[in-house]
Design a protein around this ligand. Structure first.
Ligand SMILES: Cc1ncc(COP(=O)(O)O)c(C=O)c1O
Length: 355
């Protein structure tokens, strides 16, 4: 049987949540579990995140999925309701909604949910979602008059680049607005911001990627940040060949051997979610890193086994990421970020939960 698999380590997830608590000991933690817990599987992630103060999803169906699992933790829907019906439903399944645009404000005033908490989102420079600061002040007055509890929130565009000037602009805009709306609960920080700006932790932090053990920074590894990879992607060696120098390998004949080569075929491809575009990536076999050569195909890829110090055998385990190779290294080789590799995994690799 093909043995491509995703191993999910609950202890690592708990450890990373603990790291969030170490960074932000005085803040509530909104653990982001949108996109099927960043591709890790919602049911698995929820069982390890029971100590989080709330769970963050992008839209309503994701909140319904959490409730369908019997979970009763508070849920925050960061894109808020998409319709009046969803807004009304939020009172039934007990979610807290963001309000980031005027029509959501209208729904909240039209159908008042007594004492509900609203995450009032201000656009401070990301220019994606959020009311302007002026709109936010008016909205806050109206929502307070209607009896709502408010949490003022914004999202950084460049928290992973600490020196980017837009960060300070966003911070200034947000803190000015906070002062105008006092007393009010507030939330600014995603993972990158949590790890570098303790003074901005405020009432709520919103970690995502760090929970899953991937680094948001290009210049700091997850290991340096003492984050543990939650996911490992593994498979096995399914064929080996001795081929001559000057021979091409795989689709497009893109790789030509420069020496007699011991070629290995690995049961993993872009149909599993391993990116086809990786350039100069490695896998780990028997604890040793070896290069991928040739194009990634849908179900397989090829590696150069020649320099392995222990002779490989068919069915040897091949680590694609997790453990010796971080997802961030593979993401960099694919010109993307760990977030995308996690969420693009297909359902082909079989999921196993480890302790
Ligand atoms: C509003 C909001 N807060 C927090 C996060 C978590 O970000 P990260 O995964 O970088 O920690 C996200 C993720 O995209 C988000 O959209």
């Amino acid at each position: 049987m093909r043995d491509a698999r995703v191993l999910l380590n609950a202890k690592a997830l708990t450890h990373n949540l603990h790291r969030v608590r170490e960074y932000a000991p005085h803040s509530h933690v909104l653990a982001m579990v949108k996109a099927d817990a960043y591709g890790h599987g919602l049911a698995f992630a929820l069982s390890a995140l029971q100590d989080a103060d709330a769970l963050g999803v992008a839209f309503f169906q994701e909140a319904r999925d959490i409730r369908a699992l019997g979970n009763t933790q508070p849920i925050v829907v960061i894109e808020g309701a998409f319709s009046l019906e969803e807004w009304i439903e939020s009172s039934k399944i007990g979610t807290q909604c963001a309000i980031h645009q005027e029509r959501q404000l209208e729904w909240a005033l039209q159908h008042i949910i007594p004492n509900a908490t609203i995450w009032l989102k201000v656009n401070t420079g990301m220019n994606r979602l959020g009311l302007t600061p002026e709109q936010t002040i008016t909205a806050a007055e109206q929502l307070r008059a209607a009896g709502y509890q408010l949490i003022l929130t914004t999202h950084f565009a460049n928290a992973d680049e600490p020196d980017h000037p837009i960060n300070q602009q966003q911070i200034d805009t947000f803190l000015t607005l906070k002062a105008q709306l006092e007393p009010i609960q507030v939330s600014m920080c995603n993972s990158a911001a949590i790890m570098q700006w303790p003074e901005l932790h405020l009432d709520w932090v919103r970690p995502g990627i760090m929970l899953y053990g991937s680094s948001p920074f290009a210049d700091h590894t997850a290991q340096q940040l003492n984050l543990q990879p939650v996911m490992s992607l593994k498979t096995r060696l399914i064929a080996m060949h001795q081929i001559a120098a000057g021979v091409t390998v795989g689709y497009g004949a893109r790789y030509t051997t420069t020496r007699p080569t011991h070629l290995g075929v690995v049961a993993m491809g872009y149909g599993d979610g391993y990116p086809r575009v990786v350039d100069h990536a490695q896998v780990s076999i028997n604890g040793q890193l070896i290069p991928i050569i040739g194009r990634i195909s849908m179900d397989m890829l090829t590696v150069d086994l020649t320099d392995l110090s222990t002779s490989p055998n068919l069915d040897d385990e091949v680590v694609m990421w997790g453990g010796e190779i971080s997802v961030d290294q593979i993401a960099a080789a694919a010109g993307t970020i760990g977030y995308e590799l996690f969420t693009r995994l297909s359902m082909r690799p079989v999921r196993y939960i480890t302790q």
